[in-house]
Design a binder for this molecule. Sequence first.
Ligand SMILES: Nc1ncnc2c1ncn2[C@@H]1O[C@H](COP(=O)(O)OP(=O)(O)OP(=O)(O)O)[C@@H](O)[C@H]1O
Ligand SMILES: [Mg+2]
Length: 481
Amino acid sequence: MTDANTPPSRGRILVVDDQRNMRATTALLLRAEHYTVFEAGTGEEALAHLSGGSMDLLLTDLKMEPMDGLTLLRRALEVAPRLQVIMMTAFGSIESAVEAMRLGAYDYVTKPFKESELRYRVERALERARLLRDVDNLATDFNQRHGLSALVGRSAAMRDLTSRLMRVAQSDATVLIQGESGTGKELVARALHAHSRRKSRSFVPVNCAAISESLLESELFGHAKGAFTGAVKARRGLFEEADGGTLFIDEVTETSPTFQSKLLRALQEGEVRRVGESTALRVDVRTVAATNRDIEIEVREKRFRQDLYYRLNVVTLRVPPLRERLDDVPVLAEHFLERANARSPNPRRLSASAVTHLMGYDFPGNVRELENLVEQAAALAESDELMPEDFPLRQARLPPAHGTSSLSALDGQLGLGTGTAGGPTLAQVVEDAERRAIAQSLERHGVDLARVADELGVSSTTLWRKMKRLNLRPPTEASRE
Ligand SMILES: Nc1ncnc2c1ncn2[C@@H]1O[C@H](COP(=O)(O)OP(=O)(O)OP(=O)(O)O)[C@@H](O)[C@H]1O
Ligand SMILES: [Mg+2]
């Protein structure tokens, strides 16, 4: 029982001594300091206490029968490697104390000891235990959030990807990540950083589709004071922010050739020049770029500079679409459900039929779409067991034949191109299908772009980028012009 006046425990200590008096006195002294204290009269008894792993400090006598303090120390560290140990030795047994330290004890006290000395040594050992625990937690946290363990999936395709990722993470090679929208490219980029020697420095993401070209340049390279109207102060660019770390250039294909040549120069020379500044600054940055386009088509059609492509494409990591690794669907669904459950008062579970239902779908929005489906189901389902009907799937809507739908008037209005050899190119068919899907959804939801993005299973950034490229605007905004 704890009452309101008792301060919380400052640490859990196990006191081991075969002399009952000595043990009781030591325990009493430590309880007065508000530690939670357990007692054991033999080494065996002590090991039983330690097996749960909840103890912070072991304070043990050296000379005991039948198990002596050194043996207990050795066995204790086997069951609880993070345990702090202080050895209590009799006057004159300094060699044993040294031996204890060599075996992993943190400290020792010579009996008889002063109360103040024991208090001091105990507090210091517990401080170390807390520190180690914090470091452990941080490392687990960091890994769960950014490392490989953030990448859920055990399919052969994902295993290939992660082993390749681990191999290139160590090097400073520029990496190009390719994959459809929502496949997990950003998670892959973060994992690359988390497993690189740069992990303690910054991971700096920049999304080329989300900002205008002129802003992008000053964002990346920085600018001098007075470089342009509004530049009242000099500013560091993201290249400089990422010095020593990793710069993640997302949606790199959504940039103009002019910008691309500036980027190329920076990568080639390892130097950046702030806008409006004549001197260049050296930066040590590892670059990771991503795109959800087929970049080779972009190069062939002269929208992306070939020299920059070669520069970025030292190593390619291809993140496969979810429909090519449907065996990841169950683990991913469980993962997202677990996350939703952690935030919710009524935890849900997946029925086998729901899993089968999901595995029959082709997920045009990839992992992000599955994530959304699970979160919606967890929020809206009527029973604790999630059933197929809790996951309303969009039909895999194939585009209607080119230019023959009721939306062909819209096509004309939006200026849909034709292929060079008479028929449309694959890129045009895809673009056509995208334009239709977005235009239809925009008609339904108008300016509510969050709903449009949701319906289409893409992030709002992706939607924004696609609309910009396809020259689509929400109806109400367009009609104002
Ligand atoms: N293997 C995975 N394990 C766990 N979560 C994943 C995995 N892949 C993707 N996700 C989740 O799916 C969502 C989309 O991932 P991410 O943003 O990395 O995709 P993307 O490829 O960068 O998409 P876009 O091209 O739209 O920017 C994120 O919420 C991410 O956490
Ligand atoms: Mg992304």
